[in-house]
Design a protein. Sequence first.
Length: 707
Amino acid sequence: MDIELLSPVGNFEMLYAAVNNGCDAVYLGGKSFGARAFANNFTNEELLEVVKYCHLRGVKVYITVNTLIFNDEVDDFINYIKFLNEINVDALIMQDLGMINLVHELFPEMEIHASTQAHTYNENGVNFLKKMGVKRVVAARECDLKTIEKMAKLADIEVFVYGALCVSYSGCCLFSSLNGGRSGNRGECVGSCRLPYSLKKNDLKTYLLSMQDLNVIDRLDELLKTGVKSLKIEGRMKSPLYVGYVTRIFRLVIDAYKEGKKYVLSNEERDNLKKLFYRGFTYGYLFSDDKLVNIKGPNHQGLLAGKIISIDPKYIKIKLSKRLAQGMGIRFVNSNKGMIVNYLYNKNKKLINSANKDEIIYLDNKVALNKFDDLAITLDNEIIVNDWEKKTPINMIIKAKIGEKLLIEVNDGEHFVTKEGPLVENSIKTPVTADKIKNQVSKLGNTVYSLNELKLNVDDNIFVGIKDINDLRRSALEALDNLRIGKLKKDRKIFIPEIIENSNFKPKLIVTVNNEAQLKCILSYNIAGIYIRDYNLFLKYKNLDNVYYLEYRVGDNYIENKRVCSSTATISEKNFDGDYTLNITNDFTGAFLQKKGMNLGCLSVELSLDKLQNFKNKDYAVLIYGRVELMIIKKNILANNKGFLYDIHNEGYPYYFDKYLHILHKDIIDRRDSLKLLDNFKAWRIDFYDESVEMCKKIIESVINDG
């Protein structure tokens, strides 16, 4: 049963922890183009060492290049992919459709995995990506078990099983980008969902959007029955201890499943997981868990371990519910104050190293705590992970026949090496026994190998030099190393296709409407395209030539004609317009979608005016006015179906719930003052949300008059 355990890596310590605790593959990023820009990540020279280290130990290496790429970055991006191909990485994790298509054309031998940022939530999306040459699809975290099972019949599916969750559909969040200038699609997310909000202005702020952490380990057997290929742990910005321990626990559960058993975690193991990082655990959307958000806080909550029973300026008296030891990190939950336990006292205020459940202890009040509180453990360096080096089992055959060359065959089950030494002679004085040969070839020392099986075909009364045996063993193992690592590919010239310049346009006007009043008021204007969000309203007016249905960003049903496609999951390779949510940030993505049947695509709203000017082909629409959707969330995690979400500055973000929860920007994008810079694009797009009829007319007329 081929089930891959995929672990996160942000530095070499995490790499060693992941590999030596049983992962089958690791995913990590270089210094550019990865969706964890604030992780340490690896230089090119370090990536080469990572590949060598992992391949020698039978572990695959997947590199994250899962950001959207701008036009002025394409050359550097492709050169980086060229380097990754040369050093034999096992796969690329990608989001940008244009770059996926280009990489597949330039490096057809490279395995490509579609990132969860690619927003693949149904079978249509999987099939679309397969046709692009994608080998594996990382499912959207919002997929349930039935959807995963359907997707797994079409392609290799990778599923997140542990770690942090995004509240918005991945690849669909613009909160950080448009509100703080740091794009989640560019690996720079500031975690806007982890900030406090309220549903009333000037009200107490809580963490309404902060998700609990995913943990499906208790129901892993149900997930594995779907045929999923890879189980993915989140955590490239966590600690090596976190990576090692979580990897080891999942290794135990997976191995038990392969043997037809169920591994049940002990209470200690469950406690350790909470000590490592814990914001509350949820089964997430995989198992339709309604317990998704932890409104108490976005930080590490830790394991509850005791209650304060008295307090003074010098000491904190606590009754423990869990073991506590010196060196542990603790946090007082409600006060949100933390410290390291440097000194621990028993009930008589005598220094001790540790104390057990139900004991009374004292701690120095060095955080000036003045309120009764709960104590939680947030750091425990006593947690044990495998710290020995992972070994690869090998088989050996030794042939020592008089009059023939000494021969050694070594294999790891996949790679086979044969080496010959000097002639084997009759012994004159002291013969070399089979046991002596066995002893020498078994000396694997500092290699990455352990001896699984040894077969000896040795004559009696022979002589062969001990040095010759040792040299032959070393030579064979070095050759096996080289086969496992893989030869560096030769440098080859790469020719990036030219984009034909096309910018001789007089912009036409595209308008998105939210209701019938807005629609009726713009019919008298010369509007090239009217995008309607409401499906029933579209049906009422669909016979008008310039009316199109703006599809849901998350949906399984789509119409055949007169449609504005919002997701790769609904691209049918027939005539369609493209919403800005298709994330067109470079000429290559636009050109690819045009080949797939896109008539008019709207460029990404994350592009600055300068970035828009970098497009050679301007056969697109650009948004010049509108309130942009920042998030789309599968469930209504807020109290009401419509209202405002207020941030710490009491600025309100409109939201509404229909089939999904939509959170809109507090500000309206308005580029009407910059129309001269955009006058060579094919279309200008205006999006109306709650504007009055009078406001709609005023905005349209201002554009027509200036244009």
